[in-house]
Design a protein around this ligand. Structure first.
Ligand code: P5A
Length: 442
């Protein structure tokens, strides 16, 4: 992509209405544009990042055997009346009437709709477990939408649902998601810690929030620092390995503030290991047994008897993750954003220093740009005539992790190559391509 033809509407200064870094940077670099309170359009740069996040989330769901579906955003109120949540959900639910005067709503979550889909098709326990997910927009009429896309009204969520015959089987499903979540966030270069959490309007008595540490986060957390050293890399998807993983985490006290007890914290964690801080909730998983299957009569045939299925639900804030990654990766001191390569809007950028009346650097840069593209990389070239220092400033905000600078001492075998937050090195184009590709496949 040529910068001059791109739709990346960069603002000169930080927008004053934005209070946290991610909101500032997303507006400043034209990733999003507010359309009304808590509702945003996603412009190319932001959209590219979100789509990459979505794809990682999708691949990790598929890996643990979850099947993708797509449910609508608009739901009928009937199923919510069956579950009893139509009234419980309160003012956060956006209610709509269609031309026949039927009560509809914009889905804030999909436990009811997926239960309705399940009960109409699955009749025998032999078809269990069923694990289904979709990635779809949700609407919650939040009282105080804030921090841009971190707490907004319309947001993009991956929500999955599990259906099992027994508590034991259902916990096995729960643990598959537990592992899938750790792997998902790791691929975004985030360290997300599972913490025992409240279940709120979803219900149930077992739940973990996946939290990444950030001072600007809205969740207060209390934890044993040693939980950061738990390693999940050798966990496999069999039942025992997953149980061991859960145990390895649950050995350490780690809770959000609704679950916090001063006494338990002090009894369980030595003073030097106590950490009380803030974080961003990027995922939340729930086990609620037969809460929905009972009220909505979702049963399967089990040796001649009808049994209510045992369910859980599992959310990831796909759009929130865009902001969360900025909060985690923006370097305040250097004023540099650095996207993890796995979600970066471009793999690298080419920055020619363009002198008036001399197009030769631009020509060399275009040549390199074409070769990089041919090798399969996604590249942004800055073909504008801004000077180098203003290009660098701009690209420090855009956060593309690798820069190729074409200046006056251009040498084909020693091209200036810079990881955004490091000193430049001088290597050949083949070496540059190899470096970036190696990083991408990690
Ligand atoms: C789990 C999947 C649920 O809704 N039902 C289906 C369950 N959980 S949740 O915790 O309420 O939401 C899941 C994740 O969605 C993100 N999220 C938000 N993102 C942006 N703005 C919001 N207003 C918002 N509300 C929830 C969070 O990442 C949350 O973990």
């Amino acid at each position: 992509m040529y910068f001059s033809k791109s739709f990346i509407p960069i603002l000169k200064n930080n927008p004053t209405e934005a209070k946290i870094k991610s909101h500032q940077l997303m507006l400043r670099t034209g990733m999003i544009k507010q359309s009304s309170a808590g509702i945003y359009s996603w412009l190319p740069l932001g959209f590219k990042v979100m789509k990459k996040i979505e794809q990682i989330v999708r691949e990790e769901q598929n890996k643990v055997g979850v099947q993708e579906i797509l449910m609508p955003t608009i739901q009928s109120s009937d199923i919510w009346k069956e579950s009893g949540r139509y009234d419980d959900y309160g003012e956060e639910m956006l209610r709509i009437k269609d031309r026949q005067n039927r009560e509809m709503l914009y889905g804030p979550t999909n436990e009811e709709l997926v239960t309705e889909i399940f009960r109409s098709s699955i009749k025998s326990y032999k078809s269990l477990p069923q694990l289904l997910y979709h990635i779809q927009w949700k609407f919650r009429d939040e009282l105080r939408p804030r921090f841009g896309i971190m707490r907004c009204r319309e947001f993009y969520m991956k929500d999955a649902y599990s259906f099992d015959i027994s508590d034991d089987e259902a916990l096995y499903s729960y643990n598959k998601f537990f592992l899938a979540y750790l792997n998902t966030f790791k691929r975004m270069d985030l360290s997300a810690i599972p913490m025992a959490a409240d279940t709120g309007p979803i219900g149930g008595n077992l739940s973990h929030e996946f939290i990444i540490l950030a001072n600007t986060g809205e969740s207060k957390i209390f934890t044993d620092k040693r939980i950061f050293n738990v390693d999940s890399s050798s966990t496999t998807i069999d039942q025992n390995s997953l149980l061991e993983l859960r145990n390895n985490y649950e050995k350490f006290y780690a809770v959000t503030d609704e679950k916090f007890s001063k006494k338990e914290f002090e009894d369980n964690v030595n003073e030097e290991n106590r950490l009380q801080t803030k974080g961003i909730e990027v995922g939340h998983i729930f086990y609620f047994g037969d809460k929905y299957s009972k009220s909505m009569n979702a049963t399967v045939d089990y040796n001649g008897k009808k049994e209510f299925v045992k369910m859980g639900s599992y959310g990831i804030g796909v759009s929130r993750l865009v902001g969360a990654i900025i909060e985690a990766k923006y370097d305040d001191k250097k004023e540099i954003m650095k996207w993890p390569i796995s979600v970066s809007p471009y793999d690298c950028c080419v920055l020619p220093i363009i002198n008036k009346n001399d197009n030769s650097n631009l020509e060399k840069a275009v040549n390199i740009y074409n070769l990089l593209k041919k090798s399969g990389l996604d590249v942004l070239i800055d073909d504008t005539d801004e000077n180098l220092s203003s290009k660098i400033k701009k690209f420090n905000l855009l956060g593309i992790p690798y820069q190729i600078i074409i200046g006056k001492n251009f040498n084909e075998n020693k091209i200036e190559f810079k990881e955004i937050d490091r000193e430049p090195i001088y290597i050949s184009l083949e070496e540059i391509i190899k470096k970036i590709k190696d990083k991408k496949s990690n």
